[in-house]
Design a protein around this ligand. Sequence first.
Ligand SMILES: Nc1ncnc2c1ncn2[C@@H]1O[C@H](COP(=O)(O)OP(=O)(O)OP(=O)(O)O)[C@@H](O)[C@H]1O
Ligand SMILES: [Mg+2]
Length: 284
Amino acid sequence: MTSAAAATATTAVRLTGLRRHYGDVRALDGVDLALPAGSFTAVMGPSGSGKSTLLQCAAGLDRPTAGRVEVGGVALEGLSERRLTLLRRDRIGFVFQSFNLLPSLTAAQNVALPLRLAGRRPSRAEVRGALERVGLGARAGHRPGELSGGQQQRVALARALITRPAVLFGDEPTGALDTATSRDVLAMLRELVDRDGQTIVMVTHDPVAASYADRVVFLVVGRVHGELASPTAQEVALRMARLETDAADVGDAAHVGDAEDVEDRTVRLGPDVSADSLAGGRPC
Ligand SMILES: Nc1ncnc2c1ncn2[C@@H]1O[C@H](COP(=O)(O)OP(=O)(O)OP(=O)(O)O)[C@@H](O)[C@H]1O
Ligand SMILES: [Mg+2]
C-alpha cells in the first residue's frame, strides 16, 4: 500500500476546499479537514458559523457548492441521488437534537427501522445487540413516551449505529438534555469511540460536551479558525468567548464580496489562533 493509500485508509472523513453558498451567503467558505477513523471530533463556533451546514455536507444530506467530501474513502461528488441515499443508509449515522423517534413504535422497532427500510428483516439478536451497545438492552419493549430524554437519545444512537456506519454525526445531540443526562450520553459517545473504534463528529455549543472529544475544531463564518487537541472545558470556553466576541463585531455568515473583512478578522483572532493551529485542521 502506498503512503497516500495508507493515509486514506485511516481517514474516516476528508473535506477538501468545501464551500456551500446560499445565494450570496457563504455558509462554508473553504473548509479543509481530515478526521481519523476511530476519533471523536467536536465542531464549535458562534451561531451561524456553518456548523450544521458542515455536518449536512459531510453526511451527504446537502450538496456542497464546491469542494470534495470523502466518507470512508468514498467520494460523494458525482454520486447519483440513489447511490448517495444508499451510502447514507449504509455508511453514515446521524443523530439530532430532537431524537426523531416514532412514538408508536417500541425502542426495538425504532432501532430496526433503518434495516427494514433497506428491505432487511433484522434478527432479534441484532436489534438487542444495538440496544445493548448503548446500555438499553432491558428497554427494548418500551415506547419513546415511556423513556427518559437520555434514554430516547440512546435509542436514536442505537438506530444510527445498527448499520455499523463509518461515521456517526451528531448535530447538538445533547442540546435538549439536562446536565446530568447530557453527561450520560456524552460518556456513552466516548465509550463508543474507545471500545468500538466508532468515528464521531459532533456539533455542540457546550464546552463540557466538547471536552469529551479528542479534538475541537472551531468554525467562524464558514472557515476553520483553529483547533484544540485533548481539550479541557475551560480551554474551550475561553476560546469560544474570544471567537464569539469577534464574530459579534462582524456578524454571521460571510457574504460574497466580504473577503477583506474575513481576512481582517483572521488577524484579529489573536495569538492562540496561529497559522500552525490552522494548519492542524488541514488534510495531512
Ligand atoms: N437553507 C438555507 N438557505 C439559506 N441560508 C442558509 C440555509 N441554511 C443555512 N443558511 C445560512 O448559512 C449560515 C450557516 O448556517 P448553519 O445552520 O450552518 O449555522 P450553525 O453554525 O449551525 O448555527 P447554530 O449554532 O445557530 O445552529 C447562516 O447564516 C444561515 O442563515
Ligand atoms: Mg446548527
